[in-house]
Design a protein around this ligand. Structure first.
Ligand code: EPU
Length: 417
């Protein structure tokens, strides 16, 4: 890519990766086909479909809809080879236990920014009566005789994944389940609303306490995945960093308030109406302070992109990640482009720099890649981002969407992990 000034035009926002993943996994619960609309074409979605296929859930694309048929579930074994590619594979644990009474799911292992444990997922299953052992790198879970039974699950920290897994496991359990310190993220609410539409009895989603009355049988309904708030946030930053004017369509601004406010606080004009957001950039961003937190706080998944924006600021910015203390692999790479960022524990202090200049940089994870691409939009000269397969995990055709609004960017080589 070559930095080439303000972007302008309209960017359509796709379906949410992190909302689609648990909803697709719910296909394991049903003995008849499930149709889901607005499923983004992403590498993480293909990875999940490959895993579901191994379990016997067949997937077919029908125009924009995805049809998943779990009527012939053949296995409850989720192999390491697939799980290691995507940590969200752990989502199969709950529904497999619920449907078949057993699950053998590989432990995902570490990730680029730390250990990322799955203890809360295990705790949830145990509170529903399952036994869970670790054998040869696998979680081996067994439901009690008669299937999972309701219980009280209290999470020590708020976890999106563990809350979704608990929901997927308990909606068909016998009796009542209470999930305390549940995650309030829109992706959790979307999963609960989908399950409710299928006949589940759930109360309190979107708050810290969720209560579920088990239902023996669920009936799948056609469902459309909610818009991706992180993709929208990333394009918002693309508008801001290039000093351009972008209109983002098909969004849920009500789920993005902390991000919209953070961009406004840096001096940009952001307007939201209905399902659209417009951003107008003018001048360098003001220095700011950002602290990531569970929803409705500022999302950790936007931390790297905001750091790219802050790096061309007129003042000092202080960015702290309280969710993942080591999620800073983009810092050194942004430094190669000329950013002046100094780390202090889980806080990055971003100083004004003399301007970014293009370089060959390496993507290390999904959101870090997004940050590097955003910086490349304004770096002088050519920026080459390698290992772009990371970006394909969570952004659909990002180079085409950027090119359509004026960016000088091309994919020169398909790369695999
Ligand atoms: N945690 C535990 N034990 C667990 C699970 C989580 O200690 O068993 C901790 C984590 O280490 C972290 C905190 O709880 O400190 C929150 O993690 P959470 O479980 O909420 O994260 P997740 O469900 O694994 C999802 C998104 C991530 C996003 C986080 C936080 C999906 C598939 N992934 O992960 O998205 O960063 O929530 O919002 O929904 C991304 O899209 O780039 C991405 C990484």
């Amino acid at each position: 890519m070559r930095g080439n000034g303000p972007l302008s035009g309209t960017v359509p926002i796709g379906g949410s990766k992190n909302a689609a993943l648990p909803v697709l996994t719910a296909a394991i619960l049903f003995d008849r086909p499930l149709t889901i609309d607005h499923v983004p074409r992403l590498r993480d979605i293909s990875t999940l479909l490959a895993l579901l296929d191994v379990l016997g859930v067949r997937a077919a694309r029908d125009d924009e809809a995805l049809v998943l048929d779990g009527s012939n579930l053949t296995s409850s074994h989720a192999p390491y080879d697939l799980v290691r590619r995507m940590r969200a594979s752990i989502y199969v644990l709950g529904p497999l236990l619920a449907r078949t009474g057993e699950a053998r799911v590989s432990l995902p292992g570490g990730c680029a920014w730390g250990p990322r444990p799955v203890d809360l997922h295990v705790l949830a299953m145990e509170k529903l009566g399952a036994t869970v052992d670790v054998e040869h790198g696998y979680l081996v879970a067994r439901a009690p005789k008669g299937g999972l039974k309701g219980g009280t699950i209290r999470f020590a920290v708020s976890s999106v994944g563990a809350t979704c897994n608990a929901l997927l496991a308990c909606v068909t359990a016998r009796g009542r389940t209470r999930i305390e310190n549940a995650a309030e993220e829109p992706e959790v609410v979307a999963l609960a609303e989908f399950l409710e539409a299928c006949g589940a009895r759930i109360q309190g989603h979107g708050t810290r306490t969720i209560e579920v009355e088990g239902t023996a049988r669920l009936t799948p309904v056609r469902y459309a995945v909610i818009p991706d708030r992180i993709e929208a946030g990333t394009f918002l930053v693309a508008g801001a960093i290039t000093g351009g004017e972008l209109r983002l369509t098909g969004c849920r601004p009500d789920q993005m308030e902390s991000v919209l406010d953070a961009v406004r606080a840096m001096g940009f004009e952001v307007a939201a109406e209905g399902t659209e957001i417009t951003i107008r950039g003018s001048g360098p961003p003001r220095g700011t302070q950002i602290v990531t937190a569970p929803y409705p706080g500022f999302p950790t998944d936007m931390q790297a992109q905001m750091m790219a924006l802050a790096s061309i600021g007129s003042g000092v910015s202080v960015i702290t990640d309280t969710i993942y203390h080591d999620r800073f692999t983009h810092v050194a790479e942004l430094g190669r482009l000329g950013a002046d960022i100094r780390m202090d524990g889980n806080t990055a202090v971003v100083h004004p720099c003399a301007g970014l200049s293009g370089a060959h940089v390496m993507a290390t994870d999904l959101r870090a890649s997004a940050a590097l691409i955003l910086a490349g939009l304004i770096a002088e000269g050519e920026t080459r981002v390698s290992r772009v397969y990371h970006i394909d995990r969570g952004y659909e055709r990002i180079e085409e969407k950027l090119r359509a609004v004026g960016a000088d960017v091309e994919r020169v080589q398909e790369e695999g992990p």
